[in-house]
Every structure is written in structure tokens, then in C-alpha cells.
Design a protein around this ligand. Structure first.
Ligand code: SAM
Length: 242
């Protein structure tokens, strides 16, 4: 697929249909007392602006487009990795997208504790977001850590990593940008490699079908600890948007 074709995914109706699959589990969780009052307002303040270029986003956010990177974390859970990275790379800017309100509220508390102003947030389904907004060539780095594995065969269609989703992601990323994934579910790891290897807009940074080393910024999360406790090794994957 040429660069131009990935910018215009072949079947837009299929993408919209795909975006409406129930890809995620819990949406709300248990919010603490009073959180449902302040959460929507705070989320509105932290909402990214989507209809401008990457350089403009960085510029408006007080960052230098030449030296700063724009990151996207999809499914940030409780936001441990996002806050860790945002503290570690203060010159970079981060956008987190998740559907899970309890996790969003945990992230907001963490951001306040660490006094972080380099994170923007969108609450919602990433597939729907990418399929409906005109998000082109924005991200230098995209992270997807421990996406829900949906282990039963009849649920595989709910997995986030699908051909259609990769079209959307390829469009949203900058050429040369890096997509990293981590999973403790080996069969989903193989599925990710199958889908990425056959997508012409991505190339494995470490050679065809190769695993990646643990990223230097890595922070083991609850999901990693659970997987390791159950004897499931972690697979790291890194692809370049070409
Ligand atoms: C298994 S958890 C992993 C959380 C986190 N990345 C970590 O490593 O701790 C998967 C996360 O992805 C989110 N998620 C699942 N499907 C999503 C979607 N379509 N759009 C946005 N977030 C999604 C869930 O709400 C959940 O927070």
C-alpha cells in the first residue's frame, strides 16, 4: 500500500462499522465520591485539539516541534506509564486515550500530584476517534501496552490490533514514527506480529517478526506483574511507520 493509500483507508464504512464493535470491557468502574461532578469539566480542559498539524499542536503546547516528540498512549489504564514518561521527558508532549473512567480519574490525580502539564487526555474508544476525526501524521511515538487479549476465538474480532485499526494508526502517525506494543499473551503476540508484518506501512525495527528489547523507559505495571506471576513472559514489539 502506498503512503497515499494508507492516508485514505480503502473502505471507510467498514472502518466505521469496526469502530462500533465492543472493543473494551468496563467503561465506568467505581468513581470516588464527587468525582463524577468534576471529572467531565477537567477532561474538557485537557482535551487535545485534533484539527491542526503536529507542529501546531506542539507549538501551541509550548514545545519545540524540531526537538520535542508527540506521543500517544492507547489504553493507559491507571496512567502509571504515562505519568512516568511525562516526568521523564518533560520536553515531550503526551496524549492518552482510554475508555475507562476510573483509570482516567486515577491518572488525573497522579498528574496533579506530579504537577504535570505535558499530558492531554481523551476519554473514548480510540478506533472511533481515529475513524471519525481527521488525524493525519501527528504521532512520533505510539504505545499500546497490554491491550485486552480477548482470548476466546469468537472474541478475536474485538481485539484492538486488526488490519482496519492499523490503517487508521498508520494514517495518524508520522513517517518514521515508532509504534511499541507489549503483551503477556503469547498467542496475541503472534497475532500482532502477523498483522504488522503484512501491513505495508509498518516495518519491524529489529528485523522481520523479531521481538524488541524492553524499552529504556519501561515501568512494569500491574498487568505485567500479573502476567509474570502467572508464568507468562512479556513480549515487546517495535515497528517503524514507513
Ligand atoms: C489490560 S488494560 C492495560 C492498561 C495499561 N496499558 C497497563 O499496561 O497497565 C487495557 C486498557 O485499554 C483500554 N481500552 C480497551 N479498548 C480500548 C479502546 N478501544 N479505546 C481506548 N481504550 C481502550 C481499557 O479501558 C484498559 O484501560
Amino acid at each position: 500500500m502506498s503512503d497515499e493509500e494508507t492516508k485514505l483507508p480503502p473502505d471507510r464504512d467498514a472502518l466505521i462499522r469496526f469502530s462500533r464493535f465492543k472493543l473494551h470491557g468496563r467503561k465506568k468502574g467505581i468513581l470516588k465520591r464527587g468525582e463524577s461532578d468534576w471529572l467531565p469539566g477537567r477532561l474538557q480542559q485537557l482535551q487535545p485539539t485534533w484539527d491542526v498539524s503536529r507542529d501546531e499542536i506542539l507549538h501551541r503546547w509550548g514545545a519545540n516541534p524540531e526537538t520535542s516528540r508527540l506521543w500517544l498512549e492507547i489504553g493507559f489504564g491507571n496512567g502509571e506509564t504515562l505519568t512516568h514518561l511525562a516526568s521523564h521527558y518533560p520536553e515531550d508532549r503526551f496524549i492518552g486515550v482510554d475508555v475507562f473512567l476510573e483509570g482516567i480519574s486515577a491518572l488525573l490525580r497522579r498528574m496533579e500530584r506530579c504537577n504535570l502539564a505535558n499530558i492531554a487526555l481523551e476519554s473514548g474508544n480510540i478506533v472511533e476517534l481515529l475513524a471519525t476525526k481527521n488525524i493525519v501524521g501527528l504521532f512520533d511515538r505510539v504505545m499500546i501496552n497490554f491491550p485486552d487479549p480477548w482470548p476466546k476465538k469468537r472474541h478475536h474480532k474485538r481485539r484492538l490490533i486488526q488490519k482496519e485499526f492499523l490503517h487508521l494508526l498508520a494514517t495518524a502517525m508520522r513517517t518514521g514514527g515508532i509504534l511499541t506494543l507489549a503483551t503477556d499473551w503469547s498467542e496475541y503476540g503472534e497475532w500482532m506480529l502477523d498483522h504488522l508484518e503484512t501491513h505495508l506501512s509498518f516495518s519491524n525495527v529489529y528485523g522481520p517478526r523479531q521481538a524488541a528489547p524492553e524499552p529504556s523507559f519501561w515501568l512494569p505495571t500491574r498487568f505485567q506483574q500479573k502476567g509474570e506471576a502467572a508464568g507468562r513472559p512479556i513480549l515487546h514489539i517495535a515497528y517503524r511507520r514507513i
